[in-house]
Design a protein around this ligand. Structure first.
Ligand SMILES: NC(=O)c1ccc[n+]([C@@H]2O[C@H](COP(=O)([O-])OP(=O)(O)OC[C@H]3O[C@@H](n4cnc5c(N)ncnc54)[C@H](O)[C@@H]3O)[C@@H](O)[C@H]2O)c1
Length: 333
């Protein structure tokens, strides 16, 4: 039995789908703060899925889960992840992300569960000193969100040394796309990510896409990011689980594509995929956006045998198909 915290959310639900495809039995633990019960209901149609609605900040909730189920390993997605909000309300982030993870790790130790795969982030690197960013790049987060993830990485190192708890920390770059069959997809409110926001501008006449900053030191003046497909990302979690269960040591990997796309390129690709002229408003830079973030991903490929398959256009196509499903669903509520 694999415990997936945050399995009702965007990335967690794709990982659950990938686990079900491989025949795993899964228990999802989620407080539905940003996740959706409809997502859990969908996942239940595709395999052996149990659901516990609970909050990691309440240690009894997670202890109850471990009392009820025999968990072999944990994949831990549950967290708050909006950078701007973390600057305004750091307490919310430290309590949930760090406090919640400490409770989860306590329950794992009590129940002798030794393996955890954790959602870390490129935000732990902070302002890049060189591009592409490899795993040896210094970790100097520039916002509380990134700090929470780095703290958890360090806590996991200490828990390995003291208690033998083995972790794999996956540092995601910009996650994009949706399930190939549009069964699950990105569903955030508010949505802060570039691709769904561009695509949402194609639904409804008054929606204009705002592009922040055209004076960065890049080819076309807009920010460059590394977009990694969510199904490829989910596969990396299965490989990380397999790595740990076969005796792999505590480790950390970048999950990206080794390639970056500017905001203007992403916008053009969205217009191509949708076949629509998307209304665009050029706005000044936002504070704290580095010009370029691109991952060096060789370590995950060589150590885990990871092989991401989808390019940017694939991700946009799948995200667009999902946006249509979501738009219908929200209209019909
Ligand atoms: N989306 C990205 O591009 C990206 C990039 C880097 C890292 N990450 C990390 O990946 C993980 C998943 O991100 P996502 O985009 O799927 O987010 P999401 O908000 O869609 O999913 C998070 C899930 O965790 C649940 N949750 C939050 N706090 C909880 C708590 N205390 N107890 C129980 N459940 C709780 C939410 O209800 C939600 O279902 C997060 O840890 C995030 O920091 C995401």
């Amino acid at each position: 039995m694999i415990l997936v915290t945050g399995g009702a959310g965007y990335i967690g639900s794709h990982c659950v789908m990938a686990l079900l495809d491989k025949g795993f039995e899964v228990v999802i633990f989620d407080n539905l703060s940003t996740g959706h019960i409809e997502t859990v209901e969908t996942l239940k149609k595709y395999g052996n899925v149990h659901f516990i609605q609970g909050d990691l900040q309440n240690i009894k909730d997670i202890q109850n889960l471990f009392n009820q189920y025999s968990v072999d390993a944990v994949i831990h997605f549950a967290a708050f992840s909006q950078v701007g909000e973390s600057v305004k309300n750091p307490q919310k982030y430290y309590m949930n992300n760090v406090g919640g993870t400490l409770n989860l790790l306590s329950a794992m130790l009590e129940n002798d569960v030794k393996y955890i795969v954790f959602s870390s982030t490129a935000a732990t690197y902070g302002e890049p000193e060189y591009i592409p960013i490899d795993e040896n790049h210094p970790q100097n987060p520039i916002n509380p969100y990134g700090q929470t993830k780095l703290m958890i990485e360090k806590i996991m190192d200490d828990y390995d040394k003291a208690y033998g708890l083995k972790s794999v920390r996956l540092r995601y770059f910009n996650v994009a796309g949706a399930d190939s069959l549009s069964r699950v997809g990105e569903w955030h409110d508010p949505e802060t990510h570039l691709i769904p926001n561009i695509l949402k501008s194609t639904f409804g006449e008054d929606k204009v896409f705002k592009l922040f900053g055209t004076d960065y030191p890049t080819n076309d003046g807009t920010c460059i990011r590394d977009y990694i497909n969510v199904e490829d990302l989910a596969q990396a979690h299965l490989l990380a689980l397999n790595y740990l269960q076969n005796g792999g040591k505590t480790n950390f990997f970048n999950l990206g594509t080794n390639d970056g796309n500017s905001n203007k390129e992403v916008f053009a690709a969205c217009e191509k995929v949708t076949g629509k002229n998307i209304p665009l408003e050029i706005c000044p830079r936002r504070e704290g956006d580095p010009a370029s973030l691109v991952a060096e991903n060789t370590k995950a490929k060589t150590t885990l045998g990871w092989n991401p398959k989808n390019n940017l256009e694939d991700s946009i196509q799948k995200a667009y198909a999902w946006e249509k499903v979501l738009n219908e669903r929200l209209i019909n509520v």
